[in-house]
Design a protein around this ligand. Structure first.
Ligand code: NI
Length: 449
């Protein structure tokens, strides 16, 4: 297997707020390993279906701190040679089934198969693993002796679904909340030193261990474990020359695209260029790290880049310190990709409270026209909603992670430019100075919030 398994890597992101139940998921799309991508998609879709089912039963209070939220994120465990390991981090907030769960998915490039975490262990060494785990955990604070006994006795693969290696080759077993202890005690981790772990591993396990210890060149792990896939030269993006548009004198609209960059962003850039239209892209930090070159191309084409949080969490559910850290990290990702510090933020789901507002001096940009494109995935419906809602000063919300939305843009540009509209960035719409919280340049009567 060539070391190019990860060459064409993209992040698949999706999000929505069905009845104000907010969910967001991202997983890697590895073109060299379609079987892995399919498995990750299946897992994510099953979690989402389960969440939406629960959400339908309990309902979602738009402002409540306890409103259900699903957030799925990932990190790479190994990315070298013929082994890929991915850990999905599934955060589920809500009254019914709150908690953080992780699961590791392994891919063996030699057989082109997705294998469960348990396949890292030699079938003949399972008892020794049980003994080692029990020996490490027995008596530890927060561990329930009875639960530990039954988990270890059965070696239930659902309990042992997150096996990974540290950079030093230690075997790391992570149990979800409530599996070996009280749910409130959080996840429980066992680290078996390399020397203890070595004889317990299967042939694949030893290969995975070796790969986990040697990161793929070009795929370097950030402190959070998120790989930087593309090496993008930094430098200042030069503004391409274009006559200044004065939105107090001519009709302007700001087209805005959230949750990207995604697989259709480049196509969208082509459509916008045809009409010399500028737009604003509110990018997710994690996607930006994965696809820095796309963000750089976007900025180079003269579009504005704003932050849309690191992993699309509902920021109103985080502490002030966590909001600040999230926004800073996202800002840094954009700066790394483009060389430019973003000046505006759009909070995921448009969710704002005093804590979020105070976390940054950057203007919070909401919208006045919501195409609801994530919900309907219907190009002509997106076209209709955007055109019908457009007024001078409108901020129109789209998501460039959906092909159906991107395909709506040529018609939106054609129709609105025929009606005399200029397509400007959000900052241009406000003459360079957006207010602290903005819905449109001229708020329509009856605008909420
Ligand atoms: Ni979003």
């Amino acid at each position: 297997m060539s070391p190019t398994l990860l060459e064409k890597l993209a992040a698949v992101r999706d999000s929505g707020n069905d009845g104000a139940c907010t969910w967001s998921a991202v997983y890697p799309q590895v073109q060299g390993a379609p079987e892995l991508t399919a498995e990750l998609r299946r897992t994510v879709e099953a979690e989402r279906a389960r969440f939406l089912e629960e959400a339908r039963r309990t309902g979602c209070d738009e402002t409540g701190r306890k409103a259900p939220e699903l957030n799925i994120d990932f990190s790479f465990l190994a990315t070298a040679g013929d082994v890929i390991g991915v850990r999905l981090v599934i955060l589920h907030l809500g009254d019914m089934t709150a908690g953080k769960a992780t699961t590791s998915v392994w891919y063996d490039g030699a057989t082109r198969k997705v294998v469960p975490a348990s396949s890292l262990i030699d079938p003949n060494a399972r008892d020794r693993l049980a003994t080692a785990v029990k020996g490490t955990l027995a008596g530890r604070k927060g561990v329930d002796a009875q639960k530990l006994d039954s988990v270890v006795a059965s070696l239930d693969p659902r309990a042992f679904d997150d096996l990974a290696f540290s950079a030093g080759g230690d075997l790391v077993v992570t149990f979800d909340e409530g599996v070996v202890g009280a749910a409130t005690a959080g996840q429980v981790q066992v680290v078996l030193p390399r020397s203890t772990a070595q004889p317990l591993l299967s042939e694949f396990g030893r290969r995975a261990q070796g790969r986990a210890m040697e990161p793929e060149p070009g795929v370097t792990s950030s402190p959070s474990g998120t790989p930087t896939v593309e090496v993008v030269p930094t430098g200042t993006v030069t503004e391409s020359a274009r006559p200044q548009v004065n939105c107090r004198r001519v009709k302007c609209v700001a087209l805005t695209f959230d949750d990207g960059p995604g697989p259709y962003t480049d196509k969208l850039l082509g459509y916008l260029a045809k009409y010399r239209a500028r737009a604003t892209f509110f990018v997710v930090g994690q996607n930006t790290v994965m696809s820095g070159a796309v963000v750089r191309r976007t900025a180079q084409a003269g579009h504005e880049i704003g932050g849309h949080s690191w992993s699309h969490r509902d920021l109103t559910k985080l502490t002030a310190a966590d909001v600040r850290a999230d926004l800073r990290r996202t800002e840094q990702a954009i700066r790394d990709a483009t060389g430019v510090t973003p000046k505006i933020v759009r909070p995921p789901y448009g969710a704002l409270n005093a804590t979020v507002r105070k976390a940054t001096n950057q203007p919070m940009i909401l919208w006045s026209v919501d195409t609801e494109d994530w919900r309907y995935r219907n190009t002509s419906r997106v076209v209709r909603t955007a055109i019908k809602g457009a007024k001078p000063g409108s901020i129109i919300l789209f998501h460039d992670i959906h092909a159906t939305s991107v395909e709506a843009i040529p018609q939106v540009l054609r129709t609105l430019s025929a009606r005399g509209y200029h397509f400007v960035t959000v900052s241009e719409l406000f003459g360079g100075k957006p207010p602290k919280v903005a819905y449109s340049a001229q708020p329509p009567a009856g605008a909420k919030r």
